[in-house]
Design a protein around this ligand. Structure first.
Ligand code: AMP
Ligand code: TRP
Length: 331
């Protein structure tokens, strides 16, 4: 079993990234061959200031390590440091069908109304993601729920390659690891919108970098409704903000939403929010402290990424060589 995942250096790491992705990385590293990349080539599908992009790349590497990914156990690297990703992406661009990409909802969301002005890279982004995974013949991909469609596409591309070139077992069909609490954390200002690094409202997001006071303040300011918490899950229907806060409490404490409601059902947010703030500060603030410390040492982080890229290339290069041979290129 080989695990691969990636996060874009397109903003500061937020609670959804932690609960939906990185926390799973930390658990998986003890059992599997794990590879975690900073997907800088994905980030430039929308405009990135070059100076900030480099800082953000270090930020994501620092967040992996601060959250508990051990660079001695897992390979941490930057995508652009392993050229096999780009090489395989081109070949897979010729395997994937336009119709498949036309169905991708993330492209529609990110391109907005004026899709003529979106970069070509933004359109073909999921093919590069498939290359990230298949270039290591990864079998398992821990991600949040928003990546489900991209993972299905990766499986379709792997299957079509295996079929077209009559190499039925060449690429494994990668399994998404999505389930579990925290797979979809919503904005603190709008329970129907995903928490996202690029949210313009600073209070919508808890960043891993936030200090204890800021974390507590954001939770206290989070949008809610005037009703007390219900005692049963059904009572959260049509209460997206309440549902999200209960989900965050559950994900941070390792309790099910049912258990959270049996503890807090009947109580108002005046009781629940301070309890949630205390829990979030306890779990997130220490990661932030370590993250800020690591960010002050870019030389250390550059060394980790460079060494990681070498290890990753040692796995990926022979696989790309085999792909080239299968396709009929001179090798
Ligand atoms: P991104 O920030 O888009 O590069 O996402 C990196 C990883 O974090 C992916 O596995 C996403 O699915 C996950 N992720 C991002 N936002 C959230 C969220 N609000 N809730 C759960 N997972 C998320
Ligand atoms: N598209 C993913 C996101 O926005 C990031 C990503 C790029 C990724 N390549 C990947 C995730 C490979 C898992 C595996 O969250």
């Amino acid at each position: 079993m080989r695990v691969l995942s990636g996060i874009q250096p397109s903003g500061d790491m937020q609670l959804g990234n932690y609960l939906g992705a990185i926390r799973k990385f930390v658990d998986l590293q003890h059992q599997y061959d794990c590879n975690f990349c900073v997907v800088d080539m994905h980030a430039i599908t929308v405009w990135q200031d070059p100076v900030k992009l480099r800082e953000q790349t270090f930020h994501i590497a620092a967040a992996y390590i601060a959250a508990g990914v051990d660079p001695e156990k897992a390979v941490i690297f930057h995508q652009s440091g392993v050229r096999a990703h780009a090489e395989l992406a081109w070949i897979l661009n010729c395997v994937a069908r336009l119709g498949w990409l036309d169905r991708m909802t993330q492209f529609k969301d990110k391109a907005g109304k004026d899709k003529e002005r979106a970069s070509v890279g933004l359109y073909t982004y999921p093919v590069l993601q498939a290359a990230d995974i298949l270039v290591y013949k990864a079998t398992h991909v821990p991600v949040g729920e928003d990546q489900k469609q991209h993972l299905e596409l990766s499986r379709d591309i792997a299957g079509k390659f295996n079929h077209d070139f009559k190499t039925p077992d060449f690429f494994p069909l990668p399994e998404p690891l999505i389930k579990g609490p925290g797979a979809r954390i919503m904005s603190l200002r709008d329970g129907t919108a995903k928490m996202s690094k690029s949210d313009p409202s600073a209070n919508a997001c808890i960043y891993l970098k936030d200090d204890a006071d800021l974390i507590a303040k954001k939770i206290k300011k989070a949008k809610t409704d005037p009703e007390p918490l219900p005692t049963e899950l059904d009572g959260l229907t049509d209460r997206p903000e309440a549902k999200n806060l209960v989900g965050i409490y559950g994900a941070l404490s390792g309790k099910s939403d049912e258990d959270v409601l049996s503890e807090f059902g009947g109580q108002g947010f005046g009781v629940f929010k301070p309890a949630l703030a205390e829990l979030a500060v306890e779990k997130i603030a220490p990661i932030g402290t370590e993250l800020r410390r690591l960010e002050d040492d870019p030389t250390y982080l550059a060394g980790i990424l460079e060494k990681g890229a070498e290890k990753a290339a040692a796995i990926a290069d022979p696989i790309v060589r085999d792909v080239k041979e299968i396709v009929g290129f001179l090798v």
